[in-house]
Structure formats: structure tokens, C-alpha cells
Design a protein around this ligand. Structure first.
Ligand code: UT7
Length: 325
């Protein structure tokens, strides 16, 4: 059976680095607190000519180059994002125009930090039905535009960036072979970004706090560890895969304590977990594809080995995915 394989990866990080020392000048925090509670040292922050779609386009060009695919060969472009360039049209349409991918259709998806993994599952289903399809899947965020820079609970955590993969069909046993995706909308208010709702008068309400990320960090932390563990163990069981069979685990880069907790519960050796959190912070939907690209460049993705993704974000949304590289 044909499965979706990654033909190429790419990423793009903004030029400007925001350090913990910089944040000490902005809010009541310290380098020691941020590193010990989150594991983050730096994050990259978008500036001039670094709109979401521009970061996404650069990541996409790098992935296309890595795959040896021309933009005209693309059938579909999906951008996973919660910080789109505009609400309409989609960021994916801007990317399409920049690339000249005239034969593709294009749209965005929003599953918060889980967006890339949801998108990979979606793309995998397209390719199972139409193995000749070439799909560009991007996770791209400019969360710096959605952070309240006076809120020390959130502003130390998030960063900007984009990662992309080009996907195609293969019948050689490689590719995406399982996923376990979940949502629980009842818990929406643990992590959200407000915006004008269905009725304009919402904007006049006293409760309106602006279109910024708001988070109950402690609860998110607990749910993240438990729900990702459940998603991974359920998926491994379903496919008869043991944790020792995994070549590399690429988790959403949220918080080093979440990752360590999860790793210990799943009993994955430390050297098998890819972590780049300290450099970029939490880049939401971009975190896994940026990590995939770095792992690829470092030669850590070995042909034939199993790659395990796991993710968690606002919604709540979470899940895990297995592919043979
Ligand atoms: O993609 C998913 C996205 N979200 C996440 O992954 C977030 C998951 N949660 C977390 O990462 C952690 O909960 C945080 C890093 C956000 C917070 O760490 P924590 O260990 O859960 O701290 P806390 O919220 O329990 O706060 C402890 C103290 C509080 O002070 P008091 O009330 O004890 O006096 C906070 O006000 O730390 C204070 N605090 C800070 N202090 C210095 C909160 N943020 C900061 C800060 N610098 N930046």
C-alpha cells in the first residue's frame, strides 16, 4: 500500500534573538527561573520582512530544494498556524503565490501546537487515496505578534519560526503508518488566544482582553504529560511497536520538564529524544517540523527507522504519529 513519505525538509528562523537577559529587562523574571522552569534560553523573534508567510515560504523553498521538487509539481499546500498572516485569505495562499505553485490548491489548518501532526495525518490520507500527489506541509508561526509582552507567564515561552516538509507516495514500506489524534474542546480555556467572536459587540465588553495568548500553565503541564503518554502508548500498542523499536522521538518542544517527564514515563532513552527547545522556545505548530529539519540535517533520521512524533496544544488538541523514515 502506498504511504506518505517525507521527500524533503526545510526550516526558517527569524534573525533576531531574544535572550532571557533581554526578558529580564522587560518583565519581572530571571534567566535562572526561565531555564529551570522551562529549559528555554533563547527564542527568535520576527522583524521586518519576516511575516508568517515569508518565513513559511523560505522554509518551503528549502524543503522543495531538499526534495528536488519544483513548485509547479505541488498539488496541495497546507499551512498549520494559529498566527496567520491574515484571517482571509489563508497563509497557504500567500505561500502559493510566493512560490509560483500554480497547480496546487492551498489552505490553512488550526490545531494549535498539534497543527503539524494533524496536517501530516491529513496529508497521509490524501496520499493513500492519490499516491501521485505531492504535498507541501508547513508549520509556521509569528507568535510574538500574539503574546502580551507584559505577561511573564507566557512571554518567556513562545518564539517564531517555520518548518516544512514535502510529501509524496511510496510503496517500499516506508512512510506514515499510524496516528492517534485527539481533542477536548471542553478544556478550551486552559490555553487560548481571544479574538472578535461571532458578534462585533464582543469587542465592547469589559471582559475583552485583546487578541493575546492566555494560559493556565500548571493545568496545561499536567494534561500535556498524561495525555501525550496515553496517546503514544495506545498508538504503539495498536501497531505492535515496542518503545525499543523507535529510532527517534520528536516531541512538540513545549517545556523541558514536560519532555523529561514524558520520556521517563515512556522509558525512552534520553539520546533518542530530539530536543532543540533551548534555542527557539515553543514555536507551536512550527516546533515539530523545525526539529524534523534539524534532525534530518544532523543525520539523525535514518532510512528505515521508526520516527515517533507526539504533540499537545490549545483546544485541547494532542496526539501522536508513527512513520518509517
Ligand atoms: O504548547 C503547549 C503550551 N504551553 C505549555 O507548554 C505550558 C506548560 N506549562 C509550563 O510550561 C509551566 O507551567 C510554566 C513554565 C508556564 C510555569 O511553570 P510552573 O512551574 O508551573 O510555575 P507556576 O505557574 O506554578 O508559577 C510559580 C511561580 C508563581 O509565583 P507565585 O504565585 O508562586 O508567587 C508565578 O507567578 O512563578 C511565577 N512566575 C514567574 N516567575 C518568574 C510565572 N512566570 C514567571 C516568570 N518569571 N516568567
Amino acid at each position: 500500500m502506498n504511504k506518505a513519505v517525507v521527500l524533503g525538509t526545510g526550516s526558517c528562523l527569524p534573525e533576531r534573538t531574544l535572550t532571557n537577559a533581554d526578558l529580564e529587562q522587560m518583565v519581572d523574571t530571571s534567566d535562572e527561573w526561565i531555564i529551570s522552569r522551562t529549559g528555554i534560553s533563547n527564542r527568535q523573534i520576527a522583524g521586518e520582512n519576516e511575516y508568517n508567510y515569508q518565513l513559511a515560504t523560505t522554509a518551503a523553498k528549502r524543503a522543495l530544494n531538499n526534495a528536488g521538487i519544483e513548485p509547479e509539481e505541488l498539488d496541495l499546500i497546507i499551512v498549520a498556524t494559529v498566527s496567520p498572516h491574515m484571517l482571509m485569505p489563508s497563509t497557504a495562499c500567500f505561500v502559493q503565490a510566493e512560490l509560483g505553485a500554480v497547480n496546487a490548491f492551498a489552505y490553512d489548518i488550526n490545531a494549535a501546537c498539534a497543527g503539524f501532526t494533524y496536517g501530516l495525518d491529513l496529508a497521509s490520507n490524501y496520499i493513500q487515496n492519490r499516491p501521485d500527489m505531492k504535498i507541501l506541509l508547513i508549520g509556521s508561526e509569528t507568535l510574538s505578534t500574539r503574546v502580551n509582552w507584559d505577561d511573564r507567564n507566557t512571554c518567556v515561552i513562545f518564539g517564531d519560526g517555520a518548518g516544512a516538509v514535502v510529501l509524496g507516495g511510496s510503496d517500499d514500506g516506508r512512510g506514515v503508518f499510524g496516528s492517534s489524534l485527539h481533542s477536548d474542546g471542553r478544556l478550551w480555556n486552559l490555553l487560548f488566544m481571544d479574538s472578535p467572536k461571532s458578534l462585533n459587540p464582543d469587542l465592547q465588553q469589559e471582559s475583552w482582553q485583546g487578541a493575546f495568548i492566555q494560559m493556565n500553565g500548571g493545568d496545561i503541564f499536567k494534561y500535556a504529560v498524561r495525555l501525550m503518554e496515553d496517546a503514544v502508548t495506545g498508538l504503539l500498542d495498536k501497531h505492535g511497536v515496542n518503545i525499543e523499536d523507535i529510532g527517534i522521538m520528536i516531541p512538540h518542544q513545549a517545556n523541558i520538564r514536560i519532555l523529561n517527564n514524558l520520556r521517563e514515563r515512556l522509558k525512552v532513552p534520553e539520546e533518542k529524544v530530539f530536543v532543540n527547545l533551548s534555542k527557539y522556545g515553543n514555536t507551536s505548530a512550527a516546533s515539530i517540523p523545525i526539529a524534523l529539519d534539524e534532525a534530518n540535517k544532523q543525520g539523525r533520521l535514518v532510512r528505515g527507522e521508526i520516527v515517533l512524533l507526539c504533540t499537545f496544544g490549545g483546544g485541547l488538541t494532542w496526539g501522536s504519529l508513527l512513520m518509517r523514515w
